[in-house]
Design a binder for this molecule. Sequence first.
Ligand code: UTP
Length: 297
Amino acid sequence: MSRKVTKAIFPVAGLGTRFLPATKSVPKEIMTLVDRPLVQYAIDEARAAGIKEFIFVTSRGKGALEDYFDHAPQLERELEAKGKDKLLKTLQDTNMDSGEIAYIRQHKALGLGHAIWCARRLIGNEPFAVMLPDDVIAADKPCLQQMVEAYEEVGGNMVAAMEVPADKASAYGILDVQEDMGSLVSVKGMVEKPAAGEAPSNLAVIGRYILSPQILQNLEDKQVGAGGEIQLTDAIAKQIGTEEGVYGFRFNGQRFDCGSKAGFLQATVSFGLSRDELRHDLEGYLHEVMSSRKAAQ
Ligand code: UTP
């Protein structure tokens, strides 16, 4: 099977309960980090990795997300008329070509594995990427691009992995490592959200995957796993010990969990500080806040 990855699935059908009440009407994925919705960071990362087809698994209430990808001809004309070329370019850079984006509905939030299975007919018999837009990764070389390069060498199934503190392991899928080869590890087991003290390592799976189409077959039996959900981790774990195998990939970069409030705030500060036009004011403000907090203690 070819190791060329040109399709990516973006599962965005979750309920986003950690951001209620905002997510009553605003899909989590279009919440804004500085001036761009989370989903734009994911699209840009996918494009840099060579993805040509963008498949969104959506649900009721995600209309604003689909609207975001529409072109805005009137706005473009106005910016052009006013000579606002930089803004016009920013806007046009977000335009998607007709036919490169597809939407599939997940009618019930039965879990991440189920969301991926919903896109099976658009994948066919080729490897594909999965990107969770609420995991935002700041990196010199975009994370998925790093993975695509490693995947071209080894094939199989690959999950992005990072070290987490032992007391946080029960929030993640955790890898049981067979062989540690540096940035790549081969995997002999995977446990979704292990109970306290039962994690096989401190290497956690985060929201970037390159998977073989066999995973879609594995999801056919709709096996319910941790939390009563159909888990992608379980379907991937079934490939351990097969000819394909499963690899963890330690990426270079900093991952922010923008699905949580603390992670979103950290990302806002960090991405704000990385912008030339914001750094000075933001640094000054942060310094002031920290000094007055210290003085009050
Ligand atoms: P999360 O575990 O973050 O769940 O899902 P969530 O519903 O988005 O948010 P909370 O926990 O209620 O705050 C991880 C990813 O899987 C997708 C989500 O949209 C998110 O990108 N997902 C999850 C689905 O597409 N369908 C599901 O049934 C579950």
